[in-house]
Ligand binder design. Structure first.
Ligand code: ZN
Length: 493
């Protein structure tokens, strides 16, 4: 299925240079055409350069081992890129006629990484520094899964401004929640809005689409009829849907109707022997006769059902659920879900990562970490369950995306994506599959796999050069020598 973005891109490609005037481009950028529209407006692409000129502006990375999820491992390659465009990838031997050359001997080149679950506006102390932190850790694209429009729009516009050094950004706008909103600004940030009826749900999505969102995020408190309306209007507007399984529904019913699911949220409830009974109990609780807040209601429902459901695990029930989720990208956020199994302070390089944050945040998080380190470890049941379910889904061929929920729960922007990759491998993915979860799968979610997610001719020039093999140890994705973002060498160590 083509997305709105890829549809517009194909129009752009057909048009070539003929109508790519500044006005048209800026209008399209405002309407949410991101990754490749940016590439199309780069000066090199916009000029009527001859073939020779293109090569003299280009850069070659020579004698490098290229690793991506489509082609696997290719040794001894010369990769030529010109502006935000990979011109060629071929076996080394022929000197590339390029202005610049980077020696890739003994090094490994992977596609630019994605953090597939970020919140740029969650902590205002971090918003301004996040783009640079992401790039410094090789993250050249991010998917923002929840922020109010008036807060996220200026951030997105800044990151997409011509000449700005920042990752590509794709955003959802606010969490679309039920009558009782979880993230309502009371006791936690306000990143959700209420869409209590099907009609309001449609209106909300139409309005957000006009403002340029790249997908929508459906949250936990929506009712089934609102879920129906949201999936319908998103389908009409060609917007992918990211979601939590709504508490009013079952994973096997909601899951196949969305493109991705975060945190494996509420799937355990449908993997229980008593799944049907648990569902009926949730519908009763959602009546919310005491009128408590959305956050309190959700917490009550999680406490009442999550661990008991895991205790009541039924393999046959779960097989049905997993089969229903075959085409839905799972973003298990294991760094978060399985936090207690490997808290960040147990990683040797965490202190260094923390030192890159603004001093006030770094101090805060250090204090939080000390406090938590000295208190009893939490119940590991849910953490272990998350690893187990990821493993089972992986065996069953369910696709995965690598996302962190940064900055929630001591998630250092950029750094934490590497922790997530490590956890995905610990859960059973191969290192190459973990890379796929942070490159190709996110591109596919937006229908952009022809342009992003691999290192091949015609792809955008987002690449990370490493000095150690990430397939030998996934933690080698932190051994960064250079980051190329939109054809620019933004980080060099
Ligand atoms: Zn989130």
């Amino acid at each position: 299925m083509k997305t709105f973005v890829s549809h517009l891109l194909s129009i752009l490609n057909q048009a070539k240079g003929t109508f790519l005037q500044a006005g048209v481009i800026s209008a399209l950028v405002v309407f949410g055409v991101t990754a490749c529209a940016e590439r199309l407006v780069s000066p090199a692409q916009n000029s009527a350069a001859s073939a020779t000129e293109i090569l003299t502006n280009a850069t070659a990375i020579t004698n490098v081992t290229v690793i991506d999820a489509i082609n696997g491992v290719r040794k001894n390659q010369t990769v030529v890129f010109d502006g935000d465009n990979i011109v060629s990838v071929q076996t080394a031997g022929r000197p590339a006629n390029t202005a610049e050359s980077i020696d890739g001997t003994g090094r490994y080149l992977i596609p630019g990484l994605w953090d597939f679950h970020v919140h740029l506006t969650y902590d205002e102390r971090l918003t301004a520094v996040m783009p640079q932190l992401f790039l410094s850790y090789g993250i050249t694209s991010v998917r923002d899964t929840g922020g109010l429009m008036h807060e996220i729009l200026p951030v997105v516009e800044n990151m997409r401004a011509v000449g700005e050094v920042a990752p590509r950004v794709f955003f959802a706008g606010p969490l679309l929640d039920g009558e009782f909103v979880v993230y309502n600004g009371i006791g936690r940030p306000e990143i959700g809005v209420s869409v209590p009826t099907p009609e309001l749900a449609r209106q909300q999505v139409i309005e957000m689409h006009k403002q340029g969102v790249n997908f929508i995020k459906v949250y936990e408190m929506v009712q089934p009829e609102v879920f129906d309306a949201l999936t319908e209007i998103a389908g009409e507007l060609d917007l992918p849907i990211d979601s939590h399984v709504p508490l009013s529904m079952r994973a096997r019913d909601a899951g196949p109707r969305v493109s991705s699911i975060e945190h494996l949220r509420n799937i355990e409830m449908d993997c229980a022997a008593g799944a049907e009974k648990l569902h009926r109990a949730r519908l009763a609780l959602l009546q919310n006769e005491e009128g408590i807040s959305g956050a309190a209601l959700r917490t009550a429902m999680h406490s009442e059902q999550r661990l008991p459901a895991i205790g009541d695990y039924d393999e046959a029930q779960c097989d049905i659920v997993i089969a229903a989720l075959q085409d839905t990208v799972m973003v298990p956020t294991l760094r978060l879900n399985s936090f207690v199994l490997l808290p960040p302070w147990q990683r040797p390089d965490w202190r260094e990562a923390l030192s890159r944050l603004p001093a006030n945040v770094s101090r805060d998080w250090q204090t939080q970490a000390e406090r938590r380190r000295s208190s009893p470890a939490g119940n590991p049941l849910f953490a272990n369950w998350s690893m187990f379910l990821t493993n089972r889904m992986h065996d069953a061929g369910v696709p995965f995306g690598a996302g962190t929920d940064v900055p929630i729960n001591l998630s250092v922007p950029g750094y934490s994506l590497h922790s997530e990759l490590d956890m995905l491998v610990k859960a059973g993915l191969t290192p190459l599959e973990a890379l796929e979860a942070a490159t190709l799968e996110p591109a596919k979610f937006f229908g952009l796999e022809a342009d992003m997610g691999a290192i091949a001719e015609g792809q955008v020039a987002d690449m990370v050069l490493l000095d150690a093999d990430p397939l030998e140890d996934i933690n080698n994705t932190k051994r960064i020598v250079m980051v190329i973002s939109k054809g620019q060498r933004v980080i060099e160590q």
